[in-house]
Design a binder for this molecule. Structure first.
Ligand code: XMP
Length: 513
């Protein structure tokens, strides 16, 4: 019976996919490409309840998502604070590359050390290092934790420095061995999460270092993280196999990529993105091949908007593709350079090719409302990347501005004049030298939106509702059964609130600025 049901479901999905293909074929046969405002999803018979829908997805071949949302690799959108919060909400943040390679790796470390099941390589200091030096290192790396393991010259564990040790220390010139707690309860490297929790609880110790048979450090469990993982509070977090929050980082091409990836991999980055304005180019292709040969990490490549580009990059070994050339709210590429393809058609065409290779695609840029998320996924994306829709949140790094009594946060394109004048990372994204800059983006501000958690709750709520109307139980379903209608300007006007003076703002709708 179950088999019959799944066969039937499969054949229904195949038929519907054919309908979707014929919709886009008719459009492209006329030489037309469509974007979000041109289409809506059609409703279908639905037996699914929005809250029971599964919205887990993939960002790349080996990196999963609990919610299909990534924050953009932009210097007004994603640094460690945003990456931590979005991973806690189930998505992934991409740390931008206007940082130096060292700064970028430190940002990644901040995310990876924020929450840990098992810390495989805990930070250790030699027993002769001073407390002042350790505190300076902690400050430089912006670590939020205080537990550091102390070793002798043979790297054997001799003690631990905890928050109490730092708090009660009045002379920072003292050496670690004079301040550390020497009675340490240790575990062997094979100890599991539950056993570690039991030992820490019984001994009232906040950390349990793991040591091998020679007494050398082999790992560390900390109480608060283990407790959070076991209590299920972190069930919705997007974490790696060791319980650490997932994070991605943007890199350029050739030496920039090689230098960055080396230190990013050392910090256990989950995936890297070769982030350029034109992903279908020689430098990207050659960099991708070298990275795939040297490292085991997933490499996502972008940006592209043509199916032939998707094919070339999949063949070259990309683990994920990022689609979008010029749809972004701060982009002027299409206007300045006259290139690009409206986003929904670009997603559909690239995803169709990528799915033959089992390569997930991310729809990057151009989303304005939560309803654009099911549209992007219905057209074939596995996830969406947002700049503008996340830029004004509490966790974004943009500065605050007040304008006519309203609070805003700065948001600018990575190809804007300001970003390119200041940062090599921005210039390289747009393949430009130091002089005669030709900007491909704008600088501006967006209304302050409050905490990311509240904003994402609305975006996910919209996605779930969209899936409910379509009758999709999960992301793959939505990709398979979504059908589109093209709408006219009158249809678009009808879709938005009309003939009313809005007296109360809704948390998920704003008139466009
Ligand atoms: P949204 O619409 O979410 O778009 O603000 C974010 C995406 O836009 C891309 N990006 C740019 N594209 N000029 C461009 O043409 C720029 O200056 C620029 N800065 C960012 C990028 O892909 C981002 O994720």
């Amino acid at each position: 019976m179950t088999q019959l049901k799944s066969l039937l479901t499969k054949s229904i999905k195949q038929k519907l996919t054919v309908k979707q293909d014929s919709f886009f074929k008719k459009i492209s046969d006329q030489g037309i490409a469509l974007t979000y405002d041109d289409v809506r999803l059609t409703t279908g018979y639905s037996a699914v309840l929005p809250d029971s829908i599964n919205i887990e997805s993939k960002f790349s071949k080996n990196v999963g998502l609990k919610i299909p949302i990534a924050s953009a690799a932009m210097d007004t959108v994603t640094e460690a604070e945003m990456a931590i919060e979005i991973a806690k909400l189930g998505g992934i943040g991409v740390i931008h590359k206007n940082f130096s390679p060292q700064e970028q790796a430190a940002q990644v470390a901040k995310v990876k050390y924020h929450l840990n099941g098992l810390i495989e390589k805990p930070i250790c200091f030699d027993e002769n290092v001073s407390i002042g030096e350790i505190l300076a290192y902690r400050k430089e790396k912006e670590f939020s934790f205080h537990s550091f393991l102390i070793t002798d010259k043979n790297y054997r564990l001799v003690g631990i420095l905890t928050k109490n040790d730092f708090d009660f220390c009045e002379d920072f010139s003292l050496k670690a061995k004079q301040v550390m707690t020497k009675s340490v309860i240790t575990g062997n490297p094979s100890i599991g999460l539950r056993e570690a929790y039991r030992v820490m609880k019984e001994s009232k110790k906040k950390a349990i270092p793991l040591v091998d048979k020679d007494g050398k450090v082999a790992g560390l469990y900390t109480f608060s993280d283990v407790k959070r993982i076991l209590s299920g509070d972190s069930k919705s977090f997007n974490v790696d196999k060791n319980g650490r929050l997932r994070v991605a980082a943007a890199v350029g091409v050739y030496d920039d990529a090689f230098e960055r990836v080396e230190s990013l991999v050392a910090e256990k980055i989950d995936l890297v993105i070769i982030d350029t304005a034109h992903g279908d180019s020689k430098g990207v292709m050659e960099t991708l091949k070298v990275l795939k040969k040297r490292y085991e990490v997933d490499v996502v490549v972008g940006n592209i908007s043509e199916p032939e580009s998707a094919e070339r990059l999949c063949r070259a070994g990309a683990d994920g593709l990022k689609i979008g050339q010029g749809p972004g709210s701060i982009c002027t590429t299409r206007i300045i350079a006259g290139i690009g393809k409206p986003q929904v058609s670009a997603i559909y065409e690239c995803a169709k090719v990528a799915s033959k290779f089992g390569v997930p695609v991310c729809a990057d840029g151009g989303l304005k409302y939560s309803g654009d998320i099911p549209i992007a996924i219905g057209a074939g994306a596995h996830s969406v990347m947002m700049g503008n829709m996340l830029a004004g949140t509490k966790e974004s790094p943009g500065e605050f501005r007040f304008h006519q009594g309203v609070q805003y946060k700065v948001y600018r394109g990575m190809g804007s004049l300001g970003a390119m004048e200041r940062y090599k990372g921005s210039r390289e994204r747009y393949n430009q030298g130091k002089n005669d800059l030709v900007p491909e983006g704008m600088e501006g501000m967006v209304p302050y939106k409050g905490p990311l958690k509240e904003v994402i709750c609305q975006y996910i709520g919209g996605l779930r509702r969209g899936m409910g109307y379509v009758g999709a139980e999960n992301i793959e379903d939505l990709r398979a059964i979504a059908q589109f209608v093209r709408i006219t300007e009158a249809g678009k006007a009808e879709s938005h609130p009309h003939d009313i003076v809005i007296t109360r703002e809704a948390p998920n709708y704003r008139e466009r600025v």
